[in-house]
Design a protein around this ligand. Sequence first.
Ligand code: EPZ
Length: 419
Amino acid sequence: MQKLIINGGRRLRGELSLQGSKNSALPIMAASLLCRGECTLHNCPKLTDVYSAARILNCVGCRCNFSGNTAVIDSSVISETVISESLMREMRSSIIFMGAMLGSTGECSVSVPGGCELGPRPIDMHLAALRKMGVDIRDGGGRIVCRTQSGSARGARISLSFPSVGATENIILCAVTAEGETVINNAAREPEICDLCGFLRACGADISGDGESRIVVKGKKRLHGCEYRIMPDRIAGATYLSMTAATRGEIILTNACVAEMEPFLSVLEQTGCSIYTRDDRIYLRSGSRLKAVRDRIRTMPHPGFPTDAQAVLMAALITAEGTSVFEENIFNCRYRHTDALVKMGADIQVLGKAAIIKGVPSLSGAAVEATDLRGGAAMAAAALSAEGMSEISRISHIDRGYEKIEEAVRKLGGDIVRI
Ligand code: EPZ
């Protein structure tokens, strides 16, 4: 089991090019199943979740080759519609292959995604929507067997009770080759949904309204391959900015997605950091101790404050002057990283959905264990600002979403090694 060894106390300084988005690459890789041709994806991040998605593509008959940050996927032949439980369990978001397989072949057999890291990961909204699109779904014993009567789903009007990102993606993936028109009300508005739709339009799909709450998809018989550039990872961007703020350093983040990061940036600048943006570059300087964020930081669906940035911003605020309060409204169990931060000397009180962060003057290095992807990144951020050495184990969580995190931090002058 690999670990990160971090000697904290150094101000991060330098320039960093932002990686491609994990949460955009995964649905776009699934969507390539719809093309029956070759898709070339640029700015594809080198992540374990991306390689898990490649294994799923291979298992159904696609060829998937990587060269640097370019992935070439050939989905001319789909020879299998059953995805094994072990493959499905490699990552939570494997469930989006359900919609893609249905859109591509009209049938699939998958497993329910695992839960526990952030709480249960129900898919009731996914299944209810697909049933409304005429998909016959038998689910029991952890397996889900889906079949369409005539080989493709039919368009439907779907209203989501919550703007679920995954459910929105699954509906779109099934609807692009369905018979007729599908309307999704209360759709997720995350930038990654827009990126998925941009990719599908490049493949010939007829989709409008993405980025808003009402998305309309007009079914097409077949899509073709394309060449596409995946958007930058706004959460990785929030992570490196939080690490820099935590260490009172300064950074120029390039190849960033400024508009999509606005909900995070607008909160970060309340800590007293100086933030300037131009084109795809973000400049941040935080020369002194951060100030606590006065207003409650509520995680909400986009364009609200992103739940995925909650842990890393918390890591920057634990040494701020004053008290900050988070309210986690998206997942039931997304404070598992707080114990490790308290072990480093943070003063955090979790009360249901709220986490109260009383700023302490300094932290001390400690040996901690990553609990999940963003929680692990938060521990690295806290370790970088702590005095002394920290050891973070179970970093396979972090590798799911950050491309060579130790190289990125070292590029900014951080003292970090992977052993
Ligand atoms: C996506 O997860 C992201 N993952 C998550 O990022 C992100 O935190 C989340 O959206 C919210 O923005 C990927 O894109 C791969 P949801 P997803 O469906 O699709 C409940 C990261 O760190 N729900 O919007 O699973 C669900 O339990 C990851 O990169 C149902 O109840 O999120 C959760 O409480 C973590 N029934 C809430 O909705 C359903 O059928 C939001 O889930 C579906 C969801």
